[in-house]
Design a protein around this ligand. Structure first.
Ligand SMILES: [Zn+2]
Ligand SMILES: [Zn+2]
Length: 179
């Protein structure tokens, strides 16, 4: 198992604990070979709002597309500030199987990570692992356009994968050994 696979599985473990009713996401914050933060998405403690509510207030989030606390925020809050860390993000489906992380799209998380000192993001796209520097990830999040259709998204996806695919000599490609 590579480092990337290990940390993606660790993030998937978090995603399986997600309490959001519309998506299950997990994140781990890695410093060197240690996990210094982890989280899954779900309603804020004390909030009655849920992502599958039909109340107008939950259908019209103001600067974010959901009413939940994001997995990344929870991971970052556990060890802020987070200089030189790598944020690993993934999703699971209803059965708990790991699925593609999706493209960078959340400008709230990308700004928070940038301001917290996160060095890079790791995402998995259709089985290919990519590592983005935090500044590029933030720019890509702003560039993301949800109006793109499936074929346009596929084109964006393939060029993104080529640019940020984890190279064979990356620390993420090295074998994970239990500590
Ligand atoms: Zn939610
Ligand atoms: Zn987010």
């Amino acid at each position: 198992m590579t480092q990337a696979e290990y940390w993606l599985e660790r993030a998937a473990f978090e995603a399986r604990r997600a309490t959001c009713q519309s998506a299950r996401c997990g994140a781990v914050l890695v410093l060197g070979d240690r996990c210094v933060g982890m989280g899954s998405n779900g309603p804020a403690v004390g909030s009655r709002l849920r992502c599958n509510d039909t109340a107008p207030s939950t259908r019209r989030p103001k600067s974010d597309r959901t009413c939940c606390v994001h997995a990344e925020w929870r991971a970052l809050l556990q060890s802020w500030p987070t200089t030189n860390t790598t944020l690993v993000f993934t999703r699971v489906d209803d059965t708990g199987q790991r699925v593609s992380s999706g493209l960078p799209y959340c400008t709230v998380c990308s700004r928070l990570a940038l301001a917290s000192g996160v060095r890079s993001w790791v995402l998995e796209h259709e089985g290919v692992v990519c590592e983005y520097d935090a500044e590029t990830y933030d720019e890509l999040s702003y560039a993301y356009d949800e109006r793109l259709d499936v074929s346009e998204l596929a084109a964006v996806m393939s060029s993104t994968i080529e640019r940020f695919r984890v190279p064979a000599d990356s620390w993420l490609s090295r074998p994970w050994t239990e500590r």
